[in-house]
Design a protein around this ligand. Sequence first.
Ligand code: FRU
Length: 496
Amino acid sequence: MNYRPQFHFFAQQHWINDPNGLVYVSGVYHLFYQCNPFGTKWGNMSWGHATSRDLIHWQEKPIALPQRNLGDRIESIFSGSCVLDEHNVTGLGGAGQVPLLAFYTSHYSEAPKGMGRQAQSLAYSLDEGATWHFYGDQPLLSLSPENDEGFNADEFRDPKVFFHQPSGYWIMVLVLAVDRKVVFYRSRNLLDWSMTSTFSDPGDNPQDLWEVPDLVEIGIAGTDEHRWVLLLSVNTSGLHKAAGSTQHYFIGDFDGTHFQFHATQTPPIRDAKHPGFNRLDWGRDYYAAVSFHNSPGNDPVVMAWMNNWLYANEVPHDGFRGQMALARRLTLQRDKNGRVGLRSTPVLPEVQHTANRIFDGKPGNGDIIKRPIESPIQRLTLISKGYLQGQIVLTLGYGVQSLVLTLDADQGSACLDRQALCSDNTPAAFLASDSAQGLELEDASVLVVLDHSSVEVFSTDGSWTITQQIFPLQPLDSLTLEYRGDSVPQVVLEIG
Ligand code: FRU
């Protein structure tokens, strides 16, 4: 079975994890990413590089920032971000050159004197990302192990840099991973950084790790208001270990120094395990989402790693391991109760033909509709109207193996279950079903995007998504739709 994605990014021969340094320069999207240039498991962390004009077709480039031997220690290149230094405030550009800066976390094999094992460093390119130079051997920003705040200086990482227009400062957002804090710094010249504040959540789990933050400004559709949305990846452990790596967000305000979380404004699409947190995606395989710097349009475009630290090193590898979810545009909408919620809309591959309507009718209680399908199908749309109670169950499978999506109006939930789609060597933690909770499903429409080894489910209003990897042993060749309930909804199913 071929697991190589058709329209999701993966590195042909390597391990990959987080997207890094997402940036749009002269009509080209650049995707840097955590990569092991020598293997298909995590290690030798370096920044790989790929480019695209449409966020779908990617071209792999040479490794941009390789792990380095600094003589007395090895420096691994952990996650970070890119910005264009258009006014050359760093002074790194020559006449007419716009430096492209990459802020990354140096992860040292041994802590340098007076610093923790993780610190923030700079590399730059003067040819729009084709070739790179390290900015010396010293980081720009580190913490002393004996810092006054008692922060863990060894777990200080994932810088995301952006320009904050109202204050005129560059902002760097980072995490103190085991202290479970997001930290904000600011700078005028992109080289000297000072801390302004930290953000933490009282509802969090002391055993979790906080990773890969981003802070994006988004306009509320149809108004001239905006909010700041803090994206945060959480690696759960202890009690919540089963979920592994999960992607969250907080909606609030940012004044250039402090982030203020608006707990009451966010719709109640909450993660029961993390009461204060909203889920950006409810699936097991959506992590480390960050936005493109300088991308066209007003709304941020994010990409995420489609995997989970629980089993990322164990999934079938077929010469490559790890892939990115489709790029998604984030918007804010105010709902009928006046609350502001985040919406995700995927950037989809173009289709050549019109969609094939395979069902249009009113299934009654217990009706089962079966259709053969030709794999790989890329898109499946399910539209249901007047669906007031009961469950709509959509099953994609072959033989006894199946992937099941259940929309449950009674529970207000959508569940994607891949447990019956596994091989003998599937890692135990992979056998999972993921549920989005707190949904209103009366008129439920979903778009299911399938690739050779992934499924992404989007509610058509973008208010919830569920992303999972799948490794079927054979192509999926049948579709079943079942309705259990008494409301006789109008259902349309389309492929393509
Ligand atoms: C998140 C992460 C980051 C770190 C990188 C290392 O998946 O753990 O916090 O910088 O991966 O590869």
